[in-house]
Design a protein around this ligand. Structure first.
Ligand code: ADP
Ligand code: MG
Length: 373
C-alpha cells in the first residue's frame, strides 16, 4: 500500500476537537417546474463524515451549492454550528469547498492559489505565505508551490484544491465528487488520505459521490438521494445489509431480489412465501408498502446440502465466471435467476453447467424490503 503523503498535523489555529455541525431543515430548490431538492432534512454532526450518494440528477450538487451559499434555496434553512447562514455570502460561511468544477486559477502558482483563500479573508500578507506553505506541505506538495496548475497532475491539482479549502481553518469541508477525474488507484489513495486528514483535524465533511464503493469506504453515514429526496440513511454496513427498498438494494451493489408475500411477521423476523422457492425466514426491519421482495446479496448465498439447517433450495448452475479474487456463479432456482459469489480460494462446488446443486442462506442475511419497481 502507498504511504499517505497527507499528514494529520493541525493547521495553525486548528483545534483537534470535533466541530463543524451542518444542518438542513426542510430545504428545497425548484428550477421552474423541476424540483431538484425536495424538503431535505439533513444533519452532519461535528467531526462526522456524511456522504450524499445518488445517481446523476438526484440533487447532490444542488444541495452542496446551497450549503456553500453559491445557490439560493427556494425554502428552508441551512445552519452551520447552530447559526442560520441563509443570508451570508459563501466566504462568510467558514466552509472549505472542493468541487469537481471549482477549478484552480490557471495563471496563479499552487502557492498563490492557496494564499488566495486567505487574501479573500483579509489575512495579513506575512501570515498568508506561511500558512499557505504549511497547507501545501500537509497535502504533500511542499516543494511544488511554484508550479502552475498545468504543470501538475490531476491528483496534484486536487491536492492543491484541498489545501486551499483547508488553509483558512474552516468549520467543515464540502467535497463534491473531488476524485471523479482521477484513475482508480489514485482515487483510492486520495480516499485514504482525505480520511486520515479528516480524522486528524476532527473536521466534519459533507461528501458527494455517485460511486457506492467510495461511499462505503469513506463514510460514517451514507444518505441515499433519489429525485431530490432522502430514501435511506445510516452507517454504510447498515444501508448495504438492510436496504429499505429494492431500488436502494440495487443501487448499493449486486443483489438477488425475489418477490414474496408475507405469511407472518414477528418483530425482527418474518416468514415469507418466495413462490417457487417455498417458505423462508428473513430479517424484518418493518418495511411497509404494497409489494414486497427479499434481497439476498450474492456473497450471502452459499453452496450447501439439503441436510443443512435453515433456508435453502435446489438450483441448477448456468455459468461460472472467475473474476480473479471471486467467482460469480449464475443459477436458476424455482423459476428465478440467482447470483452467488464466493472467494476463488473457497471454490468447491459449481464447476460445470447444468450441475444440480443446493444453495442456502442465513435468515439474518435475507432482508425483507419494499418492492417499488
Ligand atoms: P446531481 O449532482 O445529483 O447529479 P444536480 O443537483 O446537479 O444533481 O441536479 C438535480 C436536478 O436539478 C437535475 O434534474 C438537474 O437537471 C436540475 N438542475 C440543476 N441545476 C439546474 C439549473 N441551473 N437549472 C435548471 N435545472 C437544474
Ligand atoms: Mg453533481
Amino acid at each position: 500500500m502507498t504511504a499517505s503523503v497527507i499528514s494529520a498535523e493541525s493547521i495553525p489555529g486548528t483545534g483537534r476537537t470535533a466541530r463543524g455541525a451542518i444542518e438542513l431543515r426542510q430545504v428545497s430548490k425548484h428550477y421552474g417546474d423541476v424540483v431538484a431538492v425536495d424538503e431535505l432534512d439533513l444533519t452532519v454532526q461535528p467531526g462526522e463524515f456524511v456522504t450524499l450518494l445518488g445517481p446523476s440528477g438526484s440533487g447532490k450538487t444542488t444541495t452542496m451549492m446551497m450549503v456553500a451559499g453559491f445557490e439560493d434555496h427556494t425554502a428552508g434553512t441551512v445552519l452551520i454550528d447552530g447559526k442560520p447562514v441563509d443570508s451570508l455570502p459563501p466566504r462568510d460561511r467558514n466552509l472549505g469547498v472542493v468541487f469537481q468544477n471549482y477549478a484552480l486559477f490557471p495563471h496563479m502558482s499552487a502557492l498563490e492559489n492557496v494564499e488566495f483563500a486567505l487574501r479573500m479573508r483579509k489575512v495579513p500578507r506575512e501570515e498568508r505565505r506561511q500558512r499557505a506553505e504549511e497547507a501545501l506541505d500537509r497535502v504533500g506538495l511542499g516543494k511544488m508551490g511554484g508550479r502552475k496548475p498545468r504543470q501538475l497532475s490531476g491528483g496534484q491539482q486536487q491536492r492543491v484544491a484541498l489545501a486551499r479549502a483547508l488553509v483558512f481553518n474552516p468549520a467543515a469541508l464540502l467535497l463534491d465528487e473531488p476524485m471523479a477525474a482521477l484513475d482508480k488507484r489514485l482515487r483510492e489513495q486520495m480516499q485514504e488520505e482525505i480520511k486520515t486528514l479528516q480524522k486528524g483535524l476532527g473536521i466534519s465533511v459533507l461528501f458527494v459521490t455517485h460511486d457506492q464503493d467510495e461511499a462505503m469506504a469513506m463514510s460514517d453515514r451514507i444518505v441515499v438521494l433519489r429525485d431530490g429526496k432522502i430514501v435511506q440513511s445510516g452507517p454504510p454496513e447498515e444501508v448495504y445489509n438492510h436496504p429499505r427498498t429494492d431500488w436502494v438494494a440495487s443501487f448499493l451493489g449486486d443483489t438477488n431480489l425475489i418477490p414474496c408475500t408475507i405469511v407472518e411477521r414477528n418483530g425482527e423476523e418474518a416468514v415469507v412465501d418466495l413462490g417457487g422457492l417455498g417458505l423462508a425466514k428473513v430479517r424484518d426491519r418493518g418495511a411497509s408498502g404494497e409489494n414486497y421482495a427479499v434481497s439476498i446479496r450474492p456473497e450471502h448465498l452459499k453452496f450447501r446440502t439439503p441436510a443443512s439447517a435453515g433456508n435453502g433450495c435446489a438450483a441448477t448452475l448456468v455459468s461460472s465466471t472467475n473474476l480473479g479474487a471471486t467467482v460469480r456463479h449464475r443459477l436458476t432456482a424455482g423459476g428465478h435467476e440467482l447470483q452467488l459469489r464466493e472467494l476463488s480460494s473457497d471454490r468447491g462446488a459449481g464447476n460445470r453447467p447444468d450441475e444440480e446443486l443446493w444453495v442456502g442462506w442465513d435468515a439474518d442475511k435475507a432482508q425483507l424490503l419494499v418492492l417499488e419497481s
